[in-house]
Ligand binder design. Structure first.
Ligand SMILES: C[S@@+](CC[C@H](N)C(=O)[O-])C[C@H]1O[C@@H](n2cnc3c(N)ncnc32)[C@H](O)[C@@H]1O
Length: 369
């Protein structure tokens, strides 16, 4: 039998790789581990749409979260029997796992148990949970020579030394946070819960202010000495807020394109110039990307039905959809955010971006009405 170990990403079906998609469309059997009889496999849930019209064999063996070796052995035995009973004549099988198969997954243990039946193996990488977390939160995890470490358990051997010596940290299913408060209490962190799912949540604050999450799909990202204020993610986390009627993020691709262009400008120019310079450079980048935009276009402002005689001129209006305000200050405050929201309300536009080039890393706030 040929066995594929497939990383299906963090839970958002759109983050499945094309390679994984193609294999799942043709494989004879899918093996999807789950943590208990009562629960469905999260990996299977992720690929549901891809396999829904296929009549391949699906096996969901239970691998409970326990360190009890004897108990685990029994479950592995049962899993083997189940796979053999249902898929004896299969030529190809895919073991699917959340994120990437090399990251705290049962895939390699599975391979060991089924070694005698497997003639060929192919492993397909997946988007790791923490990549999805940092992308959603829009934070650069590490830059230059900074070091990042992954902590599966703060009680693991050497964990404290690693925590002390790393610039950035990823805590999987964070617990016992009180143990790291002395070292990291005042550092800024983002707790990412169920990223990629409809009800994802992002909470930012100091490590000491973050409550221990209850959901298994929770990751805490800590970036030491980041010199920007924690972002307000409330709008990213309220179900449906940023999505349009088809369930897609409102102008997601367009805003990502603008942010990508702004990042390029910040990379090249750094901080320290006047706003005008960044506006010129961003316009140049948007032109290169062939994104339509207008500069300093006059927009009408309304108070109820009254048209205010003065006009408002946003720095850029991109594709007639997104208002972009460019700043070059030491840090965005609530005032600029409130202003942007007022502009959105007054002009009846829905999406606004605040881009601040004045800080060490580009500061971005995306606001939706
Ligand atoms: C056993 S590890 C599996 C990691 C996975 N193989 C990967 O590559 O990311 C499970 C942990 O990954 C993190 N995780 C997985 N999916 C996540 C998601 N959608 N949102 C936030 N954290 C997630 C959580 O910390 C969870 O406890």
């Amino acid at each position: 039998m040929k066995l594929y170990g497939i990383g299906v990403g963090p839970g958002d079906p759109e983050l499945l790789t094309l390679k994984a998609y193609k294999i799942l469309k043709g494989v004879d059997m899918i093996i999807a581990p789950r943590s208990s009889e009562a629960k469905r496999s999260r990996a299977l849930h992720t690929v549901e749409e891809v396999i829904k019209e296929r009549d391949c064999i699906v096996v969901e063996p239970v691998f409970p979260m326990t360190k009890d070796r004897a108990k685990l052995k029994q479950y592995w035995k049962k899993a083997r029997e189940e796979v053999l009973a249902k898929g004896n004549s299969c030529e190809t099988a895919a073991f699917i796992t959340l994120g990437d198969p090399s990251m705290y997954s049962t895939f390699y243990r599975f391979l060991e148990v089924f070694n005698d039946l497997v003639e060929e193996v192919e492993v397909i990488p997946g988007v790791t949970s923490f990549s999805a977390c940092t992308s959603t939160a829009q934070v650069p995890l590490v830059e230059g020579t900074e070091i990042v470490s992954i902590i599966p358990d703060v009680k693991a051997k050497n964990a404290m030394q690693v925590i002390e010596s790393s610039d950035s940290l990823i805590f999987l299913k964070p617990k016992d946070l009180d143990k790291i408060e002395d070292i990291l209490g005042s550092e800024k962190a983002i707790l990412c819960v169920k990223v990629g799912f409809e009800d994802q949540k992002l909470i930012s604050g100091k490590v000491s202010e973050i409550e221990e999450p209850r959901h298994y799909l929770s990751t805490l990202i800590v970036k030491k000495a980041i010199d920007t204020e924690p972002q307000d993610y409330t709008r990213l986390t309220q179900k449906g807020e940023l999505r349009d009627t088809k369930g897609k993020w409102l102008y997601k691709d367009l805003t990502q394109e603008i942010i990508g262009a702004a990042m390029e400008v910040h990379r090249k120019l750094g901080s320290g110039f006047l706003e005008y310079v960044y506006e010129e450079a961003l316009s140049y980048e948007l032109n290169l990307k062939k994104v339509h935009f207008e500069r300093q276009k006059e927009l009408d402002i309304y108070y109820k039905d009254l048209l205010i005689p003065r006009k408002y001129k946003p720095d850029l209006i991109v594709d007639s959809k997104v208002i972009v305000e460019i700043k070059a200050t030491s840090g965005l405050t609530e005032i600029e955010e409130a202003q942007l929201l007022n502009y959105l309300k007054a002009t009846k536009m829905r999406v606004g971006l605040l881009l601040n080039f004045g800080t060490k890393s580009l500061e971005v706030k995306r606001r939706i009405l």
